[in-house]
Design a protein around this ligand. Structure first.
Ligand SMILES: Nc1nc2c(c(=O)[nH]1)N[C@H]1C(S)=C(S)[C@@H](COP(=O)(O)OP(=O)(O)OC[C@H]3O[C@@H](n4cnc5c(=O)[nH]c(N)nc54)[C@H](O)[C@@H]3O)O[C@H]1N2
Ligand SMILES: Nc1nc2c(c(=O)[nH]1)N[C@H]1C(S)=C(S)[C@@H](COP(=O)(O)OP(=O)(O)OC[C@H]3O[C@@H](n4cnc5c(=O)[nH]c(N)nc54)[C@H](O)[C@@H]3O)O[C@H]1N2
Ligand code: SF4
Ligand SMILES: [Mo]
Length: 705
């Protein structure tokens, strides 16, 4: 037996993209190797960002790889949809059936009746985009807008700065005021926390702005001048407008910088006159003097670094949140300072190294055929249950191919998704590692590899180090990687276009024409280019049409949006539809909450779900008492979309009027099989294609005995 150490990179949809090492025992029988077994997976101490630590999600990754519950063979459904009854079949039979059924759908309804559905379950480059786009492009299937996580942040920022680019989060080490705005760093981005602690040790003050008193908010130390600010969900824009009002009113602007690098200052200023801190206090539930002081601190404690990630985009006004927040550093000239500005996702820096044609491959191979329609993933429930696939023109969806995603648990308005998946005339294929809630509704389930079973490259979005991932072991059972899946599906469809069959090595070479791949393999990571002086807009190089920060924007006007930042209260919220609010007076958040969960991907594993307990609904003591609900009592939480039964947890983490149910549990873990997303709002953001999970109104009452 020989032992090897193999370098890899975590593939999860997580900002940290940690480096790991896998220890592999090669077992030999006679003279030839017969099996390789991964015996240890640990953080790689040399990795520049994660520095040897992984996390409670991935510390037991090999238990996931070798789980007895893994799907290791193709399966065909034998019971009713959702029953989880399957029989094992061969790959040949599975592919023959898929080819036949897809051709049948295409011949009868057209290729747009096929919907590919995926997200970032494995966010490595090959696993996420390489051959799927070519395959569905060749087919002419409907396209999918994948904007459930992230694109709205970029689309919002880009209206102000012309680009979604921002500061490398590690630059926050230089900040003296750090605002964590709508991000739960200690839970969701744990390897970034040491940078914040380092800045604090150097004298930085910390402000956390979140409607929930998260574990990140718990780190606030008021004795040191830190602050936790708790607005009502969906209202922060009002607070930002009042901050800008105070900054302008008190002459705290950097007029020279504004003159040199912005457009539309006067228009913005006129629009802000009415936005007194008192007015913002009424909208947000935050005291006017707190907002006033935050504005003054933001303008005077320098450099001021804002850190934000994804949480705040999940609102009806989610794009405007980011368009507006991007105006703050422009008023104070903050981008000119190292450690000033905004640190959001930094994926665009590493994506810049990928060949542009590779990134948008699904536009090729169309050969002059009309562009297929595009459907938004967040509307899956409506898409599957409508004759025209939602608001689009065109055929209903008759075939659904899912990989890298667990839509029944993660898409909003999930009971509509379930109703769609139950349709007898929908042919569903799911490529998965486990029999997820979604896979249980499939006609055919195909076994997927884990990250340690194939080579890939990870483009991180929480730091700048592109990560190499080497296969440590062979695919387990009959599982295959996402690229191999699409090569096999292309064969099953009878396609002959050679680019559909490129092997993984060729794909990696196509993706990175200018990168030394041998070096990447050898070292394990490569840092994407970033300005040496730490300032992404140090030269005022904004990418708007005007080359300036657009405080007033023609581009927004051209898409029917307000030219300047405005606060529009979410319709499904306290400032919105009054009749809806009278019926459903509580704002429901469904956050990422458990350190052992990564979205929906771990709750079913023995070291994860049971260790986090069971799902619950969190409620403030006042709201609970008003409903006669004691801690631990059974409650019914409902709105027009669904009704969910859960025990109550009385909590000091929320303001009155706000409730929370943790997201990530599967239906068998919920007492009545309805999960957090059964209740959530699938209204899209005003632009950017995102979705408003966190503008969800509910009512809560005791469960009848
Ligand atoms: N442990 C763990 N880590 C994860 C994940 C996980 O499931 N578990 N998921 C990964 C993924 S996919 C992502 S995208 C990242 C996300 O990373 P984050 O963006 O940091 O996480 P979220 O929980 O989506 O949202 C952050 C916070 O936004 C708050 N929020 C909601 N609405 C508002 C609002 O209107 N205003 C303000 N100010 N705050 C608001 C929520 O209460 C929440 O605490 O985390 C990644 N890391
Ligand atoms: N209520 C509520 N809903 C949310 C959120 C929230 O905060 N609240 N967050 C949203 C966000 S930010 C995100 S990113 C989404 C995440 O939603 P998903 O993208 O569905 O993320 P995961 O739950 O991680 O599920 C990914 C699935 O991919 C599978 N998988 C992993 N690797 C591979 C592979 O190589 N091949 C294949 N075929 N499959 C693989 C895993 O087994 C897992 O079942 O959820 C969103 N939904
Ligand atoms: S899930 Fe995130 S924190 Fe955990 S190992 Fe993967 S990249 Fe690191
Ligand atoms: Mo996400």
């Amino acid at each position: 037996m020989a032992t090897r150490i193999v370098n890899g990179t975590c593939h999860h949809d997580c900002p940290d993209s940690c480096g790991w090492t896998v220890t592999v025992d090669d077992i030999t029988e006679g003279s030839s190797p017969s099996a390789a077994v991964a015996v240890k997976l640990r953080g790689n101490p040399g990795h520049p960002f994660s520095q040897g630590e992984l996390c409670p999600k991935v510390n037991h990754f090999l238990d996931r790889v070798y789980s007895p519950d893994r799907v290791l063979h193709p399966l065909r459904r034998v019971g009713p949809k959702g029953s989880g009854q399957f029989e094992q079949i061969s790959w040949d039979d599975a592919l023959a059936e898929i080819g036949e059924r897809l051709h049948d759908v295409i011949d009868t309804h057209g290729a747009e009746a096929v919907l590919p559905f995926s997200d970032a379950g494995n966010q490595s480059l090959l696993a996420m985009i390489a051959l799927s786009g070519r395959f569905f492009g060749q087919m002419g299937a409907s396209r999918l807008t994948r904007a459930i996580c992230g694109p709205t942040v970029g689309a919002g920022m880009a209206m102000t700065n012309g680009t979604g680019r921002g500061m490398d989060p590690l630059e926050i080490a230089n900040s003296k005021l750090i605002i964590l705005w709508g991000t739960n760093t200690r839970l969701t981005n744990r390897h970034f926390w040491p940078t914040i602690e380092q800045a604090r040790a150097d004298g930085a003050r910390l402000v956390v702005i979140d409607p929930l008193r998260t574990i990140t908010a718990e780190a606030v130390d008021t004795d040191r001048g830190d602050q936790f600010i708790q607005p009502l969900p969906g209202t922060d824009i009002a607070m930002m407008l009042a901050m800008m009002h105070v900054i302008i009113r008190d002459g705290l602007t950097d007029d020279e910088w504004i003159e040199a690098h912005t457009l539309g200052f006067d228009e913005l200023r006129d629009n802000l006159l009415e936005w007194t801190p008192e007015r913002a206090a009424a909208a947000t539930g935050v005291d006017a003097d707190v907002i006033e002081q935050l504005a003054i601190d933001y303008a005077t404690v320098r450099p001021a670094g804002i850190r934000t990630l994804i949480g705040a985009e999940h609102h009806e006004n989610g794009a405007m949140f980011f368009r507006t927040i991007a105006c703050l550093p422009a008023l104070t000239g903050s981008w000119a300072e190292r450690g000033g500005g905004i640190a959001k996702s930094v994926g665009s820096y590493s994506e810049g190294l990928v060949d542009a044609a590779f990134m948008r491959f699904d536009l090729e191979h169309i050969d002059g055929r009309p562009e297929p329609r595009t459907l938004n993933m967040s509307r899956l429930g409506e898409i599957l249950t409508s004759e025209t696939a939602g608001e689009s023109a065109g055929p209903a969806i008759n075939a659904l191919i899912v990989w890298n995603c667990n839509p029944l648990v993660i898409v909003p308005n999930a009971e509509a998704v379930r109703a769609g998946l139950e349709r007898d005339d929908l042919f569903t294929v799911v490529h998965e590692q486990f029999l997820t809630d979604t896979a249980q509704y499939a006609d055919i389930v195909l076994p997927a590899t884990t990250q340690i079973e194939s080579d890939d490259v990870v483009l991180p979005w929480g730091h700048l180090w592109i990560g190499w991932n080497s296969a440590a072991i062979e695919p387990i059972g009959e599982s295959c990687s996402n690229t191999e899946l699409f090569r096999r599906l292309a064969g099953a469809m009878g396609y002959t276009e050679p680019a559909l069959f490129d092997d993984d090595d060729a794909l990696i070479e196509q993706a990175f024409p200018s990168l030394d791949l041998d070096e990447l393999r050898r070292v394990g990571w490569f840092r994407a280019p970033y300005p040496e002086d730490g300032r992404p807009f140090g030269d005022g190089n904004f990418e708007t049409a005007s080359g300036r920060v657009e405080l007033a924007s023609d581009r927004l006007e051209s898409i029917g949006q307000p030219r300047v930042p405005v606060y529009v209260a979410p319709n499904e919220g306290p400032g919105g539809d009054a009749a809806l609010l009278a019926k459903y007076p509580l704002q429901l958040l469904t956050p990422k909450q458990h350190s052992r969960f990564l979205n929906s991907a771990y709750s079913h594993l023995p070291k994860h779900g049971p260790a986090e307990g069971d799902p619950f609904v969190e409620l403030d003591a006042e709201d609970a008492a008003a409903r006669g609900l004691a801690d631990g009592a059974g409650a019914r939480i409902w709105n027009d979309r669904a009704s969910v039964a859960l025990p109550v947890r009385i909590s000091e983490r929320l303001q009155p009027g706000v409730a929370a149910i943790p997201f990530g549990w599967w239906r068998h873990q919920h007492p009545d099989g309805q999960t957090a997303n059964s209740l959530t709002n699938d209204t899209l953001t005003e632009w950017g294609g995102g979705v408003a999970y966190s503008d969800t109104l509910v009512q809560i009452e005791p469960l009848p005995d």
